[in-house]
Design a protein around this ligand. Structure first.
Ligand code: FPP
Length: 286
């Protein structure tokens, strides 16, 4: 039987999980069919994660848009468009449960090397997103922030960014940071230059940290990467120092509240020792 347009090619089932499933040899990515959990299960999971200490700052490497589209015989841009829907859903869910900061890797410094039509389509989607989400950000008290080499963005995106950032600046519900034209090494170089100019060889960790684009955000607690890749890819290199890492095989366009809560449940099940022993952590009641 032929497939309908937009239908995925594959049949292997992988749960949008609370467990990590390493992709073993022979596992064909993106050959999986997302299992859409029943709403009651998602609500149960939401209640569970709300009952325990939440990560204050969650960052996500949103990967797999291209493979999601290819699996449906759609152009890559369709994957990015579906990815923008996931951004909306995940932002809403993070705000609802009380995450203070959500940082999304929307366009890397290296992504400028992609074919020009794809870069153009991504920029167009971004501008569209900023315009369409403005109202909801205000309603939900979400402050928009952006990090990266923003000067490289086309004027249409820069202008929208500036105007939505200004409009949402006083919102305190959650900070949504879009990493755009972002590279972790580039961020570190500019922070080091600033700190060295101010302090010279006497510079300390705190001076460097103050020059990062993420200055003012809570410390990163949880980094999630979708699509089965297990790399950091130049994202938040300094900030990852003590973050918990969660990798899932789910492709970004399929990522929704259930997957976010699943990643948070994994975070909550871990013991964060920050270099201490387990006994020391237990003693301090953390
Ligand atoms: C990686 O998938 C994703 C990107 C390079 C762009 C992320 C963009 C979005 C999620 C949509 C627009 C963003 C906003 C904030 C509205 P990939 O293309 O590398 O996927 P592949 O590895 O399967 O090819």
């Amino acid at each position: 039987m032929g497939r309908r347009a937009g239908e995925a090619r594959c049949s292997t089932i992988e749960a949008p999980d609370t467990e990590i499933k390493p992709a073993g040899p022979g596992v064909l990515r993106p050959c999986y069919k997302p299992r859409v959990p029943e709403r009651s299960l998602v609500e149960e999971l939401e209640a569970r994660v709300r009952a325990r200490p939440l990560p204050r700052h969650v960052a996500i490497i949103m990967d797999g848009n291209g493979r999601w589209a290819e699996a449906r015989d759609l152009p890559r841009v369709a994957g990015h468009r579906a990815g923008a829907d996931a951004v909306r859903a995940v932002t809403r869910a993070a705000r609802r449960i009380g995450v203070e900061a959500l940082t999304l890797y929307a366009f890397s410094a290296e992504n400028w090397g992609r074919p020009e039509p794809e870069v153009g389509a991504l920029m167009h989607l971004l501008a569209e997103f900023l315009e369409s989400e403005r109202g909801e950000m205000m309603q939900n008290s979400v402050r928009l922030n952006a990090i990266g080499d923003l000067e490289r963005l086309p004027p249409s995106v820069r202008e929208k960014l500036a105007s939505v950032r200004a409009e949402t600046a006083a919102n305190r519900g959650m900070t949504l940071t879009l990493a755009l034209s972002y590279g972790g090494r580039q961020e570190l170089v500019q922070a080091a230059r600033r700190a060295a100019a101010a302090k010279g060889p006497a510079l300390e960790e705190s001076d460097l940290e103050a020059g990062l684009w993420t200055a003012g955000l809570p410390e990163l607690d949880l980094l999630v990467r979708t699509s089965g890749e297990r790399r950091i890819s130049n994202f938040l290199l300094w900030q990852c120092a003590y973050a918990e890492l969660v990798f899932t095989d789910v492709l970004w366009p399929d990522f929704r509240d259930a997957e976010l809560f699943g990643a948070i449940a994994q975070f909550q099940a871990r013991e964060r020792r920050f270099g201490m022993t387990g006994a020391q952590v237990a003693e301090r009641g953390e």
